[in-house]
Write a protein that binds this ligand. Structure first.
Ligand code: SF4
Length: 354
């Protein structure tokens, strides 16, 4: 038997006995599989499960999603992070309505053409929903195959990815692409994990694996270090009017675009937060009280936020021009429905709003 045939058969046998029961495994609906795959990018399975059910309850099909307002989609995504994913899902649903008559495309290149869908997600949807023979190569698969074949090249390089993608494609057994790709996902999540892979305990590939044979499991894959995130220091203003709080809709080109947060200013040494809010927002504030500090880590930025309670001298300033960042008084009821990202939820919790 060819090495690849043995590997495929061994993995599928292992999968039949060890597959994880996940909500999106009980459907062949490409829409549901798409939503799950996008949510699973950069997010743990345990976290995704609740969001997946909530999202499908809110938007059960492409038609309902494509007609939704961005704010409602972001609101259901609230707390999951990486909000570009939610914006792209909405954009893609609209493309499906306009270009594909509301039917999720069945051809790989059409799926791949949708906003927010790259090679991995297109391969995952095409194989899981339609059993089309495409690989789905993410970080897990890069790690597994580089260990399996003892690849000592940087997996962040395109040429290494291309090599591993070709190897993964060659392992897909006829008519079993969906199961094979999901088996690899499960192997990466439960056995060939980044630290201390369970080679001898439960890996179906241990007899064939180069890294295991050579004792290189802990040094493979080779990956160059990601750039250090840039750190920003902000002050956030918690300004109340009775039970309401002053909030702003973030600019369309900012990080956390079109989501709702508190007015922020960059902190500069020697300049007080009050002065900065006056310059940047045109808000005259007094009675500044320090409430605490919040740190929020994004993939490429770290926000260090000093949070202050402040009093607005003149409420008419709320209606002024704030550089395309509209301000509004938000009631506690409305706050529950607005798309407020985690960073600002942490800030609001210091002001007892979350
Ligand atoms: Fe990964 Fe170990 Fe299996 Fe190799 S033997 S594929 S390193 S779990």
């Amino acid at each position: 038997m060819q090495n690849s045939q043995y590997l495929s058969a061994a993995l599928l046998t292992w999968y039949a006995q060890n597959r994880r029961e996940l909500p999106w495994r009980n459907t062949s609906d490409p829409y549901a599989i798409w939503i799950s795959e996008i949510m699973l990018q950069q997010t743990q399975v345990e976290t995704v499960i609740d969001y997946y059910h909530r999202f499908l309850n809110g938007f059960p099909d492409v038609a309902r999603l494509g007609q939704a307002e961005e704010e409602d989609v972001l609101s259901l995504w609230k707390g999951l992070g990486y909000y570009t994913r939610a914006r792209n899902i909405l954009r893609a649903a609209r493309v499906i309505l306009e270009k594909f008559d509301g039917v999720f495309p069945t051809v790989y290149t059409d799926i791949r053409s949708l906003p927010g869908i790259g090679d991995y997600t297109a391969g995952a949807i095409a194989s899981i929903a339609y059993n089309l023979s495409y690989p789905a190569v993410d970080g897990n698969v890069l790690r597994i195959i580089s260990r399996l074949d003892g690849i000592e090249e940087d997996i962040s390089l395109q040429k290494t990815k291309t090599r591993i993608t070709a190897r993964a494609a060659g392992l897909i057994p006829d008519g079993k692409a969906g199961d094979f790709n999901q088996a690899l996902m499960d192997l990466g999540a439960t056995v060939c994990v980044p630290k201390d892979p369970k080679c001898t305990v439960s890996c179906p590939w241990q007899t064939e694996c180069s890294a295991h044979r050579d004792g290189k499991e802990s040094i493979l894959p080779i990956k160059k270090k990601a750039k250090k995130p840039i750190e920003y220091h902000y002050a956030a203003a918690v300004i109340r009017r009775n039970a309401d709080i002053l909030m702003t809709k973030r600019q369309a080109d900012a990080l956390l675009a079109n989501m709702w947060g508190l007015p922020l200013v960059c902190l500069e040494s020697g300049i007080s937060p009050e002065t900065r809010f006056g310059h940047e927002w045109g808000l005259e504030v007094t009675n500044t009280v320090y409430l605490g500090h919040v740190k929020h880590v994004f993939s490429h930025q770290i926000w260090q936020i000093d949070v202050y309670s402040m009093t607005l001298n003149d409420e008419s300033q709320v209606d002024g021009d704030h550089n395309d960042r509209p301000l509004a008084w938000v009631s506690p009821e409305r706050l529950k429905t607005l798309p407020v990202p985690k960073a600002f939820q942490k800030v609001l919790s210091l002001g007892s709003f979350f």
